[in-house]
Design a protein around this ligand. Structure first.
Ligand code: ADP
Length: 369
């Protein structure tokens, strides 16, 4: 039985803004789910509906077999860890971690055992008598997690827990959260706008845009088989290069270059003869054995690889990532190709005009396979 079952969830805020459309997900016991997408895509709203901090406008939420759609947060058996820690400044770390259990009037000895166990897991035992302001940002975030752990919830919910930390600390906290998940073997739902966090932490990623789920899958599925143009460019860094063109007699033809399709690609694209399509290739799948001329604009050495930024023609910007130290200079011309196994094709997005009269995407371009 899935631990959390989310069926057809909608959120319409007062005033009529629809933030989430028809969200569906079954979360298995012990699974680590990451909701990822740009700011405003509806991921926090979804998490807050699961937490009970926002009313569910339509749909159903079941946790461990119990219908929680209309239950108050305290009856849902969940714990939420927030971005801003929300610790009580006047209490010690011990008191902060014990707080929810004290409120529930649990036995003092039981509380002590639970707080000490959480402190052990989070390496906070030597900090228990301090006040939050004496701790670093990373330690405070661990206390916030400790507060969640002592309650032994069915589901942990994390709302951008690392976004207040600096880049280095984010990296180490990410590894701590991975370890924590392993140790507790708990079901976790985690919201972030950072695709690296999603790829590194998730058993499965839910990628959202414009209030809708765009794809659900293992990190490698979203990376290797993005369902549409949004997922293709959101997951992976630097983003996938995208080229508009059309299919003509076994070739992808754009204003910039012509690319011969291999047999598998011809087969996938057989219904698209004469049609406009988008070809996508990740920077790391650009090769140096092709015939497309790239004029280098910038050579960025990252140590074990080099990002080469350049232009095809006079304006199409392209980024290539080569797995070695390169020393290209501005205006060098190199000949690039596209690894056929890792080249993607998409339909064109469907466009619409918004209330401000701007042309915007109504539906992203679907992957063609
Ligand atoms: P994310 O977490 O992906 O950044 P949110 O779930 O916070 O996105 O917001 C989704 C959309 O809902 C946004 O357009 C946001 O402006 C809107 N929204 C969020 N909270 C409210 C609210 N309390 N009232 C009205 N609109 C809201």
């Amino acid at each position: 039985m899935p631990n959390v079952k989310i069926e057809h969830l909608d959120k319409i805020y007062d005033g009529g803004v629809q933030a989430v459309y028809d969200f569906n997900l079954d979360i298995e016991d012990g699974e680590f789910i990451v909701l990822v997408g740009p700011s405003g895509c509806g991921k926090s709203t979804t998490l807050r509906m699961v937490a009970g901090l926002e009313d569910i406008s339509a749909g159903k939420l079941t946790i461990d077999g119990k219908d929680c759609t209309r239950l108050p947060p305290k009856d849902r058996d969940i714990s939420m860890v927030f971005q801003n820690y929300a610790l009580y400044g006047h209490m010690t770390i011990y008191e902060n971690m014990a707080f929810s259990l004290t409120l529930r009037k649990e036995d003092k000895q039981v509380i002590h055992r639970k707080v000490m166990a959480a402190a052990e897991i989070l390496d906070l035992k030597s900090q228990l008598n301090k006040k939050p302001k004496q701790l670093s940002g990373g330690q405070r975030q661990r206390v916030a997690m400790g507060r969640a752990i002592v309650r032994n919830p069915k589901v942990f919910l994390f709302d951008e827990p690392l976004s207040n930390l600096d880049a280095k600390l984010r990296g180490s906290m990410r590894r701590e959260i991975m370890l924590l998940h392993k140790k507790l073997n708990a079901t976790m739902m985690y919201v972030t706008h950072d695709q690296t966090e999603a790829l590194t932490l998730a058993d499965r990623i839910v990628c959202m845009s414009m209030g809708r789920v765009q794809q659900i899958g293992k990190p490698i599925d979203l990376y290797e088989k993005p369902a549409n143009t949004f997922v293709a460019t959101f997951i992976g860094l630097p983003p996938m290069n995208m080229f508009e063109g059309k299919i003509e007699k076994g070739n992808f033809v754009s204003d910039l270059f012509s690319y011969p399709l291999n047999d598998a690609q011809k087969d996938a694209l057989k219904d698209y003869e004469g049609q406009p399509v988008i070809m996508g290739c990740r920077p790391e799948n650009i090769t140096r054995d092709g015939k497309v001329k790239l004029t280098v604009t910038n050579n960025e050495n990252l140590g074990m690889n080099t990002l080469v930024h350049g232009k095809i023609g006079d304006k199409k910007l392209v980024v290539a990532k080569f797995a070695e130290w390169c020393n290209y200079k501005e205006d060098d011309v190199i000949e690039i190709g596209f690894d056929p196994v890792m080249t993607h094709f998409f339909e064109l997005p469907k466009m619409t005009v918004n209330e401000k009269g701007e042309e915007v995407v109504a539906e992203y371009g679907k992957a063609i396979r």
